[in-house]
Design a protein around this ligand. Structure first.
Ligand SMILES: [Zn+2]
Length: 277
């Protein structure tokens, strides 16, 4: 089926108090695994390729081609999204390649410049029917919206959305990137306040650090797109380590990739169902 539009999927999810799972594709197997998990769950999914993953591969085209092919062959709605891009050439390449959504990350820029650049990206993306997710600038923490101590100001968020025309907004409500434990406590009251103040679906980065119950409460408070990467990498790598430790003679890469991908797929299916409530 044709790729799905993130804005309408996220708006539908928001209206139904459901979360929408977004998982990072680093290797081609991720795309295949996430699509299969979404099909088993009968739910939509967002496959996201980050600028960092593009750097790892050396270019966008090969991983994007594989991910887009897996998405187009899916029996459920699939969005292919560029995650955390501050490179405008990469954004332009993604728009030309067939991505249906991009996240422009201008959080490192001074507020006015972030606003102006995000608005320009929105114009370019909307001209070709692509959704845009963005985030506010640094609000007192070193890591923009990703420092657990940082909080998005609801009025500032509403102003940013109105001035830029973004379709989804990443907010700072207590999570942080790359957490390997699930003890982050989200500010659900603030999520509800921001959700009431802005008319676009909200995005949580650093969701790996949040418990299942914490995520359910966040979704009920108004969180919609749930980005997960580290949590899945942890499951994958632990499984690989166990398989290799069990068999010192194993050399066929498929023999350790397959059980590790299966473990990740089972967790993605579980998370998708959990987020959908
Ligand atoms: Zn992020």
């Amino acid at each position: 089926m044709p790729l799905a539009d993130l804005t309408s999927l996220a708006r539908d999810a928001r209206a139904a108090d459901r979360g929408l799972g977004a998982f990072n594709v680093i290797h081609l197997e991720h795309a295949e695994t996430f699509v299969a998990a979404a099909e088993r769950a009968g739910l939509p999914v967002v496959l996201q390729i980050s600028q960092n993953a593009v750097k790892y591969h050396g270019s966008l085209a090969p991983i994007a081609a594989g991910t887009l092919a897996a998405a187009r062959a899916a029996q459920v709605p699939v969005v292919v999204h560029l995650d955390h891009a501050d490179d405008l050439d990469l954004v332009a390449e993604a728009l030309a390649t067939g991505f249906t959504s991009i996240m422009y990350d201008g959080s490192h820029l001074p507020a006015e410049q972030n606003l102006a650049t995000t608005a320009a990206v929105v114009r370019d993306a909307h001209a070709v029917g692509v959704s845009v997710e963005a985030e506010l600038g640094e609000i007192g923490g070193k890591n923009g919206v990703h420092d657990p101590s940082v909080r998005t100001d609801p009025a500032e968020a509403a102003e940013f959305v109105a001035a830029t025309g973004v379709d989804l907004l990443a907010v700072a409500v207590g999570s942080s990137h790359a957490m390997t434990t699930r003890g982050a406590v989200l500010d659900t009251e603030l999520i509800a306040t921001i959700a009431a103040a802005v008319d676009v679906p909200l995005v949580l980065h650093g969701s790996s650090g949040v418990s299942d119950e914490g995520m359910r409460a966040a979704i009920q408070a108004g969180m919609t797109k749930i980005n997960v990467s580290t949590h899945l990498n942890k499951i994958f790598t632990h499984r690989v380590r166990a398989v290799l430790a069990d068999d010192a003679d194993l050399v066929d890469t498929r023999k350790w990739f397959t059980p590790a991908s299966a473990a990740v797929g089972a967790e993605v299916e579980r998370l998708l169902r959990w987020y959908a409530g």
